[in-house]
Design a binder for this molecule. Sequence first.
Ligand SMILES: [Fe+2]
Ligand SMILES: [Fe+2]
Length: 194
Amino acid sequence: MKAPELMTKIQATELIKTKLKPKRLAHSLAVAKAARQLALRYEGDPEKAELAGILHDIMKDYPPTEQLQWAEESAIIIDNAEKENGQLWHAPAGEAYLRLRCGIEDADLLAAVRFHTTGRAGMSKLEQILYLADIISEDRKFEGIEKIRVAAEKSLTEGVMAGLLATLQKLKNEGESIHPRSTEAYWELAGGRK
Ligand SMILES: [Fe+2]
Ligand SMILES: [Fe+2]
């Protein structure tokens, strides 16, 4: 049975249509589709995965200062590494918006949105599904994506690890800062791999 506090797919889609520019809207729907497929393949909750995909970037087209404001005023802890990187703000801001404005109480869905940019150690299945779906959705095109898609066919863990590794390498090559949560996520999965 569906948790009563979750909004429907139609409500969520209507909502993001009012928030996102066309390209980001298309991306969000592509991530929703990928998340649903991953959930079906790896015994997750396809409905919740799809909803998380639709909603994950809900705040990304807000001005960065407003994103940070949403995050900071909502009792979410923003660490220094996060505060220094404006690319990351839409994730805590998204959690805040969904919780405070939309009344979503599902902790797993909120965490999936909260950590979709960096990942973290101890990710739930839904968190892993959203993290990976955001990287391999059909609208994504970058060098090396096929390798991640192949890994995602093997197992959810392999897919998430490949996604994390590609992200870490890209940030390193570009001289961008790497959030410690991403490194922790990678090493936890690499350590636990059988
Ligand atoms: Fe995002
Ligand atoms: Fe995204």
